[in-house]
Design a protein around this ligand. Sequence first.
Ligand SMILES: [Fe+2]
Ligand SMILES: [Fe+2]
Length: 292
Amino acid sequence: MRSVSITQEDLTGKIAEHIKNMPSLPTSVSKVLNLCGNSQTSPADLNYVISLDPVLVGRVLKLLNSAYYGLDQRVTNLVRAIIMLGINTIKNLALSSAIMGILPKDKRYQGLDMEGFWRHSLCVGTATKLLAKERGVDPKQLEEYFTAGLLHDIGKIPLNAVLSGDYMLAVASADRERIPLYQAESKTLGTSHCIVGAAIVNAWHLPGPVGETIVYHHDLARYRGAHHDILNCVAVANHFASDRELGFSGDRYPVKPNKRIWQSLEIGDEVFEKIEKTVNEEIEKAKVFLTI
Ligand SMILES: [Fe+2]
Ligand SMILES: [Fe+2]
């Protein structure tokens, strides 16, 4: 077996450098997220922020006028579009769009295919939110569930970008040894996407459930924070996405979350049959929105 060509010291330095240069969320997206988190926000407030960002305007109108919504007449008025789509949809899509923006465009990366990674992320975000909805979680909290799911594996981006060929060795070793990818990363590279994710959480100042999910989603037993429900939902949604091969993020042999976690969520298998269709629809919707 070929071993990695990079020293541990070089790896740590290069990853820190990559994270420093990673674009953080664009200002317009941060503002949209802030506004969406405020219950007093009106469509006119959102219109003001979105209209300053031509790419976002284009995406919002493109989504609403896509076949997905089946409207008889084209809508070109942004305020009307915001009202019709709803604030939550705008928020989800602004975030997905920001994540797309930070994904490397370079096709030469060998470790993970970014299209598959993006589908996996979107699937876990959507499934986490749907699970929460099924269980009667307060609607005001659902976006937090979505974001935590969407971003859980973000630590893989610097690993894939900095290491490329060496990251492929980690992915291949997970396959060969039939072990979860985070374990193969530790064995092969001496780090993991959760450790790298923690560095992104620091750099982006992402406290709370989203940051905690990025760091602890493979280590729930060590988690001591207050957001067990979100982390548990992400862990189960992550297993669902890998198991049904909705997207691909390098994990063919993920650990099944333990019984205690499934019991705490009080859901049966039939819930997954129900959400699979919606997850696929949501991915299609986001695809239309993101390919402008
Ligand atoms: Fe992960
Ligand atoms: Fe994942």
